[in-house]
Design a binder for this molecule. Structure first.
Ligand code: FES
Ligand SMILES: [Fe+2]
Length: 351
């Protein structure tokens, strides 16, 4: 198994949270390409190469104006498709006055971008996360981290939860002795993998107790799905032991949260990690979502430290092989899925 997966261009990636795009252009590197994101006065989002076609000025240093994005050097303005719409001081605008644009779809609070061959971009392939539109049932908060690691190290991390007992023992972790009790069901899917992990009759971790005040042991679940190349959907929670959580997880009094994770490659060695967390309990308490965010964010800081350290060591000697344990079954399927997608997109481009 190679450590760093290739970057797959023909796929949708989260480029930004919708709310990141207000009145200023945003520079971002995605799959080794420097782009600028902006929202025009009609509310449309554009993702353009961050390079003016006139004299290569960085468009991200320009300004959003009525017609689009105005270059900060000589004032040419480009619309969301990259076409020049204003050429100050000159009578003509030609079709050559154009900056490369990338297909985008804004949906469910995400700006998705397609960095590859535009004719292969299928809107239906975008990962659906309807919970962002169900505010009352799933109030959520969200974040973006810049992480100095290959994006697949994040996916590996999410696919192997045995790290909870070590990396997160002070927050969402459980005791290492509980590992013997883990029930794991792993299933490969057409473009990824799903797993459902149960720990029955276990002391609730600190985060669960803070949220729900549990006084007894809980049955705890982690329901994950990886969709190649870069999305992971998570539903995690716990219910007091004896209430048959395995038959029904939708019970009142359960600790329940949904998360979306997207690891968008910046380069082979770094990525943008977008995540949101929604609480499925105490939904009418405005503090619950903030409390949950404040609990979860430090757990990612714990992961980031480990991921960046791993990256540094792997880069020192990428030729050295790594081993797999039994608990890496979901991780292995995820790595298979990303390779299948890489092969498929090569074939698509050749056809
Ligand atoms: S470099 Fe952009 S208008 Fe001249
Ligand atoms: Fe983690």
């Amino acid at each position: 198994m190679q450590h760093f997966e290739p970057l797959i261009e023909n796929a949708w990636y989260v480029a930004a949270w919708s709310s990141e795009l207000r009145d200023k252009p945003l520079a971002r590197q995605i799959l080794n390409q420097n782009v600028v994101l902006f929202r025009d006065s009609f509310g449309r989002v554009g993702v353009l190469e961050d390079r003016c076609c006139h004299r290569a000025a960085p468009l991200a240093q320009g300004e959003v104006v009525a017609g689009g994005l105005q270059c900060g050097y000589h004032g040419m303005t480009f619309d969301v498709d990259g076409q020049c719409v204003a050429n100050p001081g000159e009578p003509n605008i030609s079709s050559k006055m154009k900056v490369q644009s990338f297909p985008i779809i804004e949906r469910q609070n995400f700006v998705w971008v397609w960095m590859g061959e535009p004719s292969l971009a299928e809107e239906n392939d975008i990962v659906d996360f309807p919970f962002h539109k169900q505010g009352e049932e799933w109030p959520f908060q969200f974040e973006r981290y810049h992480i100095g690691c290959n994006y697949m190290l994040i996916i590996d991390n999410l696919m192997d939860l045995s790290h909870l007992a070590y990396v997160h023992r002070r927050t969402i972790g459980d005791s290492a002795s509980n590992h013997a009790k883990v029930e794991m069901n792993v299933e490969p899917t057409e473009n990824g993998v799903k797993f459902l992990r149960w720990i029955l009759d276990t002391p609730p971790p600190p985060t669960f107790v803070k949220a729900m005040g549990f006084k007894t042991n809980v049955d705890r679940w982690s329901d994950f799905e990886y969709l190649a190349p870069s999305s992971v959907l998570q539903w995690a929670g716990g219910l007091e032991v004896g209430r048959n959580a395995q038959k029904n997880r939708h019970q009142k009094g359960a600790y329940s949260m949904r998360m979306f994770h997207a690891a968008t490659p910046e380069t082979e060695h770094s990525c943008h990690y977008f995540w949101s967390v929604a609480n499925g309990y105490r939904q009418d308490d405005p503090h619950a979502a903030t409390e949950l965010y404040n609990e979860i964010a430090p757990t990612f800081d714990e992961d980031v430290k480990m991921l960046e350290a791993q990256q540094r060591i792997l880069e020192r000697d990428p030729s050295q092989a790594l081993i797999l344990r039994q608990q890496d079954e979901a991780l292995s399927f995820a790595r298979k899925a990303i390779r299948n997608l890489a092969n498929k997109t090569v074939l698509n481009t050749l056809n």
